[in-house]
Design a binder for this molecule. Structure first.
Ligand code: NAP
Length: 473
């Protein structure tokens, strides 16, 4: 099957196509279009031509289109889950979970389309401001350039396309090269849902080629990017005066305090460490356990991790499947080996077959090891002990990243201390850092990014505030 580009409501052929292979089996899924710079320009032309249609479209109509998307997604949930499972090697149970979340994301987008409020400004609060009626409105920015990663190929597209359409913008979407089919499926669903041609355009191809054109083109008002810190930084440096939001990586940590209920929390933290092979931006990577519980916690954690079923992403009982690429598997293996060489204890896993890295648990890893201080993005976690709560908070903060952190404690004073002192975008008290629902404000500090998603917050980022002031004679 040949997958062409989606521009101006039509499939567009291009010169070059590349085989998309399943990371698990190596089977070819499709031949996918590799856009040339001129194709990206055509997509931007289409988005430019449909700007006025979107800017003039009433809120109830934008909401209705998004509601139609929700209805079609519900009908076609199983087909969508299979696309994700095939191209990303996401275990089918998790892929279904992603489609459920995508449905919620578009539901919230439909609601937010009806809630673009402004406010009245009491101009007479300042001398000279008397005799005026003044208010603000939020207007769409124009064209949004959306660049998405492979790990949530449907829901992270929804976090960009949903609020962009809710706010009345048009979009050029560049999905990750390994997961283009989920994005083309969404474009097809929007088409059937009644979105005018040219409002949503999908261009696949090399990140550098497509990304450079999007970032450089003056007609694009905003780049919304989710992906690695290295690419995020490059985009920020070249974006000039464009608005930019960056949702980047992390090495998320969780603190298990002395009074925590180990039996209760171990299954939850295990899920947070290994869901989708640890390829989740808020995956649990560092676990800090109070020394009084350390031994018990580590043993229970390894027992729980041993229960995970490894195999074909399309099998109903698979928990862990292939990582996204061989090179990512090898990178993780090298980092594990280095940690062991510098004194860490391997409690489980550490080896791989083809692209499948077995769930790996390391104990007492030095904080300077890459598997601790860089983003692992693999089914690898380490457990270290601490003696004081202050020390645990300092360990969490001793990172270049800051997306979310989790703290399990029954001491309300310590909980508030953690809430105040942890330098991250979100603190989850008595939960893992991997917790996310799609309307909450979500984003990072430090190298984890800038700006917030969560539909309401993304809509704010994707609109411009305008002040209107009437002078009454
Ligand atoms: P990636 O390699 O940075 O790729 C992300 C997207 O950027 C892809 O579409 C990629 O295209 C494109 N790209 C590559 N080079 C580019 C360039 N020079 N200019 C513009 N775009 C370019 O990331 P990934 O491996 O797909 O995803 C994993 C990363 O995403 C992790 O770091 C993870 O933590 C992060 N992430 C963050 C969040 C969050 O909300 N904070 C959520 C999910 C994932 P190609 O695929 O064609 O290279």
């Amino acid at each position: 099957m040949k997958q062409h580009l989606w521009i101006s409501g039509k499939f567009k052929e291009t010169e070059n196509y590349k085989a998309l292979k399943s990371p698990y089996s190596g089977d070819v899924i499709a031949e996918v279009a590799m856009a040339a710079p001129s194709d990206v320009k055509s997509a931007i032309d289409a988005a430019e031509q449909s700007r006025k249609i979107m800017a003039d479209m009433p809120a109830h109509k934008r909401a209705e289109i998004l509601e139609n998307v929700v209805a079609i997604l519900k009908e076609e949930k199983e087909e969508c889950a299979k696309i994700i499972a095939l191209e990303a090697s996401k275990p089918i149970k998790a892929a279904r979970g992603e489609v459920d979340r995508t449905i919620m994301t578009y539901k919230f987008a439909a609601q937010e389309a009806r809630r673009l409020y402004g406010e009245t400004i009491p101009m007479d609060a300042a001398p000279g401001g008397e005799g005026r009626v003044s208010y603000t409105v939020r207007e769409p920015l124009g064209i949004i350039g959306a660049i998405t990663p492979f790990n949530f190929p449907m829901n992270l597209v929804a976090h960009k396309v949903g609020p962009a359409i809710a706010a009345g913008n048009t979009v050029v979407l560049k999905p990750a090269s390994q997961t283009p089919m989920s994005a083309y499926k969404i474009a097809d669903i929007f088409d059937r849902a009644g979105l005018p041609a040219g409002v949503l355009n999908v261009v696949t191809g090399s990140g550098g080629t497509v990304g450079d054109v999007l970032v450089a083109d003056g007609r694009i008002s905003m780049i919304t990017f989710t992906g690695s810190p290295a690419v995020g930084r490059q985009i920020r440096e070249h974006a000039g005066l464009k608005r930019v939001t960056l949702e980047l990586g992390s090495n998320s940590a969780v603190v298990v305090d002395e009074n925590a209920d180990v039996e209760k929390i171990v299954p939850r933290i295990t899920a947070g460490a290994f869901a989708f092979q640890g390829q989740v931006c808020i995956s649990v990577q560092r676990i800090y356990v109070h020394e009084s519980l350390y031994q018990t916690f580590a043993e229970r954690f390894v027992e729980e991790a041993k229960k995970l079923k490894i195999g074909d992403p399309l099998n109903e009982d698979t928990d862990i499947s292939a990582m996204i690429s061989r090179s990512d598997t090898e990178r993780a293996e090298t980092w594990i080996k280095s940690a062991i060489e510098s004194g860490a204890e391997l409690a489980l896993g550490g080896n791989a077959t083809d692209n499948t890295l077995y769930p790996t648990v390391l104990l007492n890893v030095d904080k300077s090891e890459k598997i601790s201080c860089e983003e692992a993005f693999a089914p690898v976690v380490h457990i270290n002990s601490f003696s004081s709560f202050e020390e645990a908070l300092a360990l969490v903060n001793d990172s270049e990243f800051g997306l979310q952190a989790g703290v399990f404690t029954n001491d309300v004073n310590k909980a508030f201390k953690a809430a105040k002192e942890l330098h991250v975008g979100g603190v989850m008290v008595n939960d893992f850092p991997t917790f996310r629902v799609d309307h909450m404000p979500y984003g990072g500090v430090k190298m984890s990014g800038m700006g917030r998603e969560g539909i309401k917050y993304a809509v704010e980022e994707m609109t411009e505030m305008k002040l209107i002031s009437f002078k009454i004679d």
